[in-house]
Design a protein around this ligand. Sequence first.
Ligand SMILES: Cc1cc2nc3c(=O)[nH]c(=O)nc-3n(C[C@H](O)[C@H](O)[C@H](O)COP(=O)(O)OP(=O)(O)OC[C@H]3O[C@@H](n4cnc5c(N)ncnc54)[C@H](O)[C@@H]3O)c2cc1C
Length: 303
Amino acid sequence: MRTIVFAEQEKAYAELCIGAGQLGSGVEAVRIGSQDQLSEEIKRRADKVWLIPAQSGAMLEDYTETIADLLTKEKPDLMLIEPTKRGKLIAGRLAALLGTSVLTDVMELSGNGQAKHLVYGGAAVRLEKAVAPTAIATIGTGVLDVLSSSSRQGAVVSLNFVEPSQRVKRVAQEQKPKSNVDLLSAKRVIAVGRGIAKEEDLSLIRELAEAVGGEVGCSRPIAEGEKWMPKEAYIGVSGLMLTSEVYMALGISGQVQHMVGCNRSKVVIAVNQDKNSPIFKQADYGIVADLYKVVPALIKHFK
Ligand SMILES: Cc1cc2nc3c(=O)[nH]c(=O)nc-3n(C[C@H](O)[C@H](O)[C@H](O)COP(=O)(O)OP(=O)(O)OC[C@H]3O[C@@H](n4cnc5c(N)ncnc54)[C@H](O)[C@@H]3O)c2cc1C
């Protein structure tokens, strides 16, 4: 199997390349920029790096035609794309140009190109295999097995930019507040749900996270409904999929849409005052209690 990888972030790029290599495939990568922007680290992850020269004023989507041209000529078995907002746009556009569809948010990928992903808001798993010559899949970090990696040659091949039929025009630009939380690589995650009564109480949760050397995440209503935490911090089928060592859910009921984002963590601990809460069926350890009593006790203990 021959795979071409496209990612926006360096970490995802390395992970997708190593993961694709572990499927027993030849791994190639598409990068935008110049030769001198390619680090040795980037090159050693792929057998070949297809380099698209950066175009002044171009948006990431404007490179889709160039990537589609590469796929048409090279006909790899699989194109793996990091599911960032822009990555998803590129995946959709590529699929449209190549007359196929996208295997979205893949959770498991096998060497024969079969992919598993969640459907019905996380209530079921669908097994899919693309019939097109090149399968296009979006796959996040933490999904593929990246335990070991061999070094590759990273031969660099320059591509000609293919002018898009319709360029994306940037009309305004605004700085997004930067989040310094990296939940995807956190070993310990303390996640909070609607069990907290008010935004100020997050300081208590942060204190616990600090005491155990962890990061704070949340359920979707805390980010999307209450807006007490950034959208980038919620865990679940439409948020982050974590593989932390410890996941502690505080005041989270344990709906499937949340649990699929944390159930690959090694240890799941739940604190909920309702003993019938579904989270207790999925947690390794459960504490039936008011989190406002448990959290201060845990902080005291860990400090
Ligand atoms: C298509 C779709 C996609 C979705 N995607 C996501 C997703 O990605 N991530 C996500 O999180 N959700 C997602 N949801 C929403 C999901 O279904 C749940 O509604 C959500 O996860 C519930 O959040 P919660 O557990 O914080 O709140 P609730 O369900 O309201 O649970 C709050 C819990 O806190 C407990 N509690 C209250 N007070 C205390 C206290 N003092 N001490 C201890 N426990 C207390 C209660 O007993 C309760 O169990 C999605 C829904 C749909 C339909």
